[in-house]
Design a protein around this ligand. Structure first.
Ligand SMILES: [Zn+2]
Length: 260
């Protein structure tokens, strides 16, 4: 399976992507941008389920999936990419098989491992964009540090109980804030869905919007750098502005040379 060429869409692809090709803001240029894009999704759970399905459906050229977990029956109410028959399977491969079934144009790379700093250092340079769909602060901080070091845009999503959070850090820009500018650089305070609970449509809403933001970034549609907070009780959104913290321990000194 290879990365397809958005320059030369065949009849099947013209039909597959016809409804988004109709959009003035998207057009053939947008399709070509997606076809040439490589996107990394960190975690293959409730955020990545809709995010990966929409990105595969839209025709992103290559999707890298990383998760060392296995599908549990308690995941199925929110991790909507999985089927009951996949309980016990590795999540990265299980999600990859659904994406391939949805759109054979897309090259899908499952990695059944943890996205630790060493793995990120190896794979970040290969991708254009990162979606953080993980569920713990240690991974979030490692992903942020790698995105800062390699200047890759980071779309961060999170959800617990009936609350969701969504933010874009366009780290291609030297003046962009990073995840640690907003949340600090600590790794304490993880609150697991297994303890706190979560409603499926809440995490699904955030994951869906991570996919929309990814399409915007890949096709050059401007995205405001704000933190978006979703209240699943009232279905209301609140926007919180943030700025780069000059004293941030992760991105504060951008005069550092890029890694080779
Ligand atoms: Zn920062």
């Amino acid at each position: 399976m290879s990365d397809y060429d958005g320059d030369a869409l065949n009849d099947e692809q013209l039909l597959r992507y016809s409804r988004q090709l109709l959009l003035e803001e998207f057009d053939l240029d947008g399709q070509q941008a997606l076809a040439g894009a490589r996107v990394l999704l960190i975690g293959c759970g409730g955020l990545a389920s809709p995010a990966a399905l929409y990105l595969a459906g839209a025709g992103v050229g290559r999707l890298l999936l990383v998760d060392d977990d296995r599908v549990d029956r308690s995941n199925l109410h929110r991790q909507v990419a999985f089927r009951d028959g996949q309980v016990g399977d590795g999540k990265a491969e299980a999600l990859a098989s659904q994406l391939r079934a949805l759109n054979p144009d897309v090259a899908v790379e499952p990695h059944a491992t943890r996205a630790d700093p060493a793995w990120l250092e190896q794979h970040l340079p290969r991708v254009d964009l990162v979606l953080d769909c993980s569920d713990n602060f240690a991974t979030r901080q490692a992903v942020n540090a790698a995105c800062v070091a390699h200047r890759r845009p980071l779309i961060s999503g999170a959800a617990i109980r009936l609350d969701g959070q969504l933010a874009v850090f366009d780290l291609r820009r030297p003046d962009s804030a990073c995840y640690a500018c907003v949340y600090g650089d600590g790794t304490d305070g993880d609150l697991a869905c297994s303890e706190a609970g979560i409603l499926g449509p809440v995490v699904g809403t955030v994951g869906t919007l991570q996919a929309l933001l990814a399409i915007h970034l890949l096709t050059g549609t401007p995205v405001a750098p704000v933190l978006r907070l979703f209240d699943g009780r009232t279905l209301s959104w609140r926007e919180v502005a943030f700025k780069k913290d000059p004293g941030c321990p992760v991105c504060g000194d951008r005069s550092k040379p890029l890694p080779a």
